[in-house]
Design a protein around this ligand. Structure first.
Ligand SMILES: [Cu+2]
Length: 249
């Protein structure tokens, strides 16, 4: 059986440690949020990912406090006093405690995987999507649309779900627009995809987020999110331009 602290002095230690765990959790939680700001807010998928990430930071802060506060408190408060050569009390195992520290993390992991799964579902919308293919290669990007239009920059209409299919021509790369949030690897020999609904008009930078060779640092491309009319106009102009090129060949 789990023996709860009996004496007043034992209970006092648990109250102090409990308060310290709460204080350290809150302080560390805000500290982590401050040093790890998530700037992604230009897509619909950014919100649930940000929420889940912050939830993880709070859990990390709590678990850190739980372990470190108990340990440091025990080290300092119950240290050996001067001239105290007596043997400490002898304890041997505590089944109830062992059950608790096995079951609680297990339940936490199950809850978090469930929340993670829901977030993943939220982040992968389906339905009527604008489609664009992005190809990564050492060390640049190329984009093409289902109607045959090719481009060196990626243009997408705002507030419309987009399905970006990804292919690597040589080695593994990773598609990352920081303002949108999620990253997706490009793996040679297979097609991966990323669902994104851009919610902010603007010019963003696509960067390769997988170390892929000597000029990895320079593997970037421009992503433009524009109002729908502007997207249609851009697409029409591109089509006309490419048809002209084909005709003159
Ligand atoms: Cu790369």
């Amino acid at each position: 059986m789990l023996k709860l602290p009996q004496s007043y002095s034992d209970r006092k230690h648990f109250l102090i440690v409990g308060a310290l765990v709460a204080i350290v959790t809150v302080a560390l939680g805000f500290f982590l949020l401050a040093i790890l700001p998530i700037k992604a807010q230009a897509s619909m998928q950014a919100e649930p990912i940000k929420w889940l990430f912050q939830l993880h930071l709070w859990l990390i802060a709590f678990l850190f406090a739980l372990v470190v506060v108990f340990m440091l408190y025990a080290l300092f408060v119950f240290r050996r006093r001067k001239n105290d050569d007596s043997e400490g009390e002898h304890f041997e195992g505590n089944t109830a405690l062992e059950v608790i520290w096995t079951v609680v993390p297990l339940v936490l992991v199950v809850i978090f995987s469930f929340i993670g799964l829901r977030t993943l579902q939220d982040a992968t919308s389906g339905g009527d999507e604008v489609q664009v293919k992005a190809e990564g290669f050492q060390w640049s990007w190329a984009f093409s649309y289902p109607n045959g239009v090719t481009s060196a920059e990626m243009v997408l209409p705002v507030n419309k779900p987009a399905l970006i299919t990804l292919q690597a021509r040589d080695v593994i790369h990773s598609f990352w627009v920081a303002e949108w949030g999620p990253k997706q690897d490009l793996v040679p020999g297979m097609t991966t995809s990323l669902h994104i609904t851009p919610t902010k008009v603007g010019e963003f930078q696509l960067k390769c987020a997988e170390l892929c060779g000597l000029s990895h640092w320079s593997m970037a491309a421009t992503v433009r999110v524009v109002p729908e009319e502007e997207y249609t106009a851009w697409m029409d102009a591109k089509l006309a331009e490419q048809n002209l090129q084909t005709a003159s060949r």
